[in-house]
Design a protein around this ligand. Structure first.
Ligand code: FES
Length: 105
């Protein structure tokens, strides 16, 4: 996403896989969200689910998206893969934080 308003990264320390989330925010609403990831299928699925969950949400709602919502959206993940899905909502929170920091600057 060339015109991202916020960008955030998170790394799974267990395997060093990474997710980057990018958001475009208009009038406090997430108009678009994209991701890049170097990770397993669960990490990719979680990142995709996170982008679908966040679009159309207010910034405050976006900050409340957590791993439980992501796993529910995916209709479950194997227990061993839950850790892989944590990094997507974390990267999203960091992308929102990046957007916020750009607003105050
Ligand atoms: Fe690294 Fe799943 S094995 S994120």
């Amino acid at each position: 996403m060339d015109d991202a308003d916020g960008r955030g990264e998170a790394i799974n320390t267990a395997c060093s896989d990474q997710v980057t989330m990018m958001v475009r925010i208009v009038n406090g609403v997430v108009e678009d969200a994209r991701f890049q990831t170097q990770g397993c299928a669960a990490a990719i699925a979680a990142a995709g689910a996170t982008t679908l969950l966040v679009m159309g949400k207010t910034v405050e709602e976006a900050l409340n998206i957590d791993v439980d919502q992501v796993v529910e959206y995916l209709e479950g993940l194997p227990e061993a893969k839950i850790g892989c899905s944590v990094i997507a909502p974390l990267a999203l929170q960091r992308a929102i934080g990046d957007w916020k920091s750009r607003q105050s600057g």
